[in-house]
Design a protein around this ligand. Structure first.
Ligand SMILES: NC(=O)C1=CN([C@@H]2O[C@H](COP(=O)(O)OP(=O)(O)OC[C@H]3O[C@@H](n4cnc5c(N)ncnc54)[C@H](OP(=O)(O)O)[C@@H]3O)[C@@H](O)[C@H]2O)[C@@H](O)CC1
Ligand SMILES: [K+]
Length: 515
């Protein structure tokens, strides 16, 4: 799914109004009906108090229009107009007048007003600011937002939590509504997926408001959201007349004394992803544990007992995953440099492999084109330097990826893969996956996909999806706390099977209002 920026959303809006020959008011009405139906389906007429906080622009207009539908269906509403500016939008005014026609008199909140009391059993609809926020809210609006957040009421955000900018970082953190649920129109916003701003939307859902498909299809975006729908076309089916050689030979290089397990995890994940052959390159001390743990994996050992000191092999793999459990001792750094100087095979570099690159920036120019680097936030910082905020991080990471022609996989709650100025935001995965060795499994998966002929960029995007999906499947049986890397790995097969499962049927909605 494409993620549009604010400018594109306004364009989409205009394009739709023109092409479908509707008024902007009709588009707002579509929004209001969708929000009302969402609420009505869940509340079924419950006599709960609903506070609607509405700004004076079109986000406020949405809120005021929802208030009308709620009132018409007998809900107990309190409409508060947050009067932060005199520049009221036309569609806001139109809908405000419709409320007045129905003898609904909103409570106008100004800088010197007392704030309404909100109980934690009430529902708040947050329609103060939408994608039009372009500067920090005034101090009194920040206070009002703090008041809403302090209520512990269920907060339904309209389009985006008020106080969040659509395309840049927040400056006044306490001036952002913490939404329990956000109903966002047509396209999710990038801020939902970044660690600093994602915290303001506990859950979100997209409402299809009928933005014209021509615009949606033909407009290029900087970020794509990656779900099953996006990865399914990437899948390469297995052929009947194939043999293990058809699916490649992956070499996993890593491990040091006490960290042989990381190579076991990566090698196993690589096999489970479908690599025809897997060889592990380990220091000598890894031979027995590896041979015992994974009979399917072939082994080459270094001359050194505890660390990798040279990377020489006489096999012909078609991809190398390197860096897990490697350590950064001098000998290994030297071996890594010598290896990079002669290597021409595609690389997936993780963990200490990335740390060695960070300590020796001159090695970066030795990387083959489209090398995949999979840093967690600390490793990324060592690699590209610190950043001001999440947007700055993305900008710097994109510049780095361009400079060294590498695919950057920024691991996090929503892992983002960057290549060629484009970002792919993953939707699978869960907090249980923040566990030792989880990254080794990811390296194994991505390496295994490249072994089978997936392009590096595709392998990164698809691999991140499969890894998260395996974690989501495994967590059903284990829960967040007991989920460990081996269990994620064991669910890789189920993650593949899940690609071809039919989606669950959508429950029928009762009594929606027709447009
Ligand atoms: N596109 C779609 O698909 C559809 C979108 N719709 C809805 O419209 C929403 C966008 O509406 P919007 O453009 O009127 O902006 P909104 O967020 O209501 O802000 C209002 C105005 O406030 C101002 N302002 C900004 N910052 C400020 C500040 N700190 N303190 C004080 N004032 C500030 C600024 O005006 P300015 O003063 O800069 O001229 C701004 O214009 C969108 O989120 C969605 O809910 C649907 O109805 C239809 C389909
Ligand atoms: K809002």
């Amino acid at each position: 799914m494409k993620i549009f920026n604010a400018k594109q959303i306004y364009e989409a809006d205009k394009f739709t109004i023109k092409k479908q020959q509707i008024s902007s008011d009709e588009l707002m009405e579509r929004v209001a009906i969708q929000i009302f139906n969402w609420l009505h389906l869940r509340l079924q007429g419950a006599p709960v108090k609903i506070h609607l906080f509405c700004g004076i622009g079109n986000n406020g207009g949405d809120g005021v229009a929802v208030a009308r539908h709620l009132q018409e269906h007998g809900y107990h509403i309190h409409v508060h107009i947050v009067n932060y500016s005199d520049k009221r939008s036309d569609d806001f005014l139109l809908n405000l007048n419709r409320l007045k026609d129905r003898k609904i008199w909103p409570n106008f909140i100004n800088s010197d007003s007392e704030f309404p009391e909100i109980s934690n059993e009430d529902i708040v609809i947050d329609a103060i600011f939408g994608i039009g926020l372009n500067r920090n809210p005034d101090a009194w609006v920040v206070k009002l937002i703090q008041n809403i957040n302090a209520s512990n009421a269920f907060v339904l955000g309209v389009d985006i939590p008020s106080g969040l900018f659509t395309d840049r970082a927040v400056e006044i953190k306490e001036g952002v509504v913490r939404a329990s649920y956000v109903l966002s129109f047509q396209t999710p916003k990038l801020v939902f997926f970044l660690p600093e701003t994602g915290i303001y939307s506990n859950q979100w859902e997209i409402l299809d408001i009928g933005i014209d498909p021509e615009y949606l299809m033909n407009t290029a975006v900087d970020y794509d959201l990656i779900g099953k729908h996006e990865v399914l076309p990437l899948y390469i089916p297995r052929e009947k007349f194939s043999h293990k050689g058809t699916y490649g030979h992956a070499l996993i290089v890593g491990g040091s004394y006490g960290k042989i397990g990381s190579v076991q995890l990566a090698s196993k994940a690589c096999l489970l992803t479908g690599s025809g052959l897997v060889t592990a390159y380990l220091p000598k001390c890894g031979y027995i544990p590896m041979q015992t743990a994974l009979p399917e994996v072939m082994i080459i050992t270094d001359e050194d007992e505890k660390n990798i000191s040279t990377i020489n092999f006489e096999i012909s793999p078609n991809v190398i995953g390197i860096g897990i459990g490697l350590s950064t001792v001098k000998n290994t750094q030297k071996a890594f440099e010598e290896f990079l100087k002669k290597n021409t095979l595609p690389l997936v570099i993780d963990a200490d492999g990335i740390n060695i690159l960070s300590e020796n920036k001159s090695f970066l120019k030795l990387l083959p084109a489209q090398t995949i680097l999979t840093p967690h936030p600390k490793e990324l910082e060592r690699l590209i330097g610190s950043w001001k905020d999440d947007f700055d991080k993305l900008k710097k990471a994109k510049a780095f990826s361009k400079k060294y022609d590498c695919v950057l996989v920024l691991k996090g709650a929503h892992t983002i893969t960057l290549y060629n100025n484009k970002g792919y935001i993953n939707t699978t995965g869960n907090p249980g996956m923040a566990t030792a060795g989880s990254g080794d499994v990811l390296t194994g998966i991505i390496t295994g996909l490249i072994a089978q002929g997936y392009s590096t960029e595709t392998a990164a995007v698809f691999g991140v999806y499969l890894h998260g999906k395996a974690g989501d499947i495994a967590v059903e049986n284990y829960g967040y706390q007991a989920l460990i890397a081996s269990t994620i790995s064991d669910a890789i097969g189920d993650a593949f099977i899940d690609l071809f499962k039919a989606p669950n049927p959508v429950p029928e909605q009762e009594e929606p209002i027709e447009e």
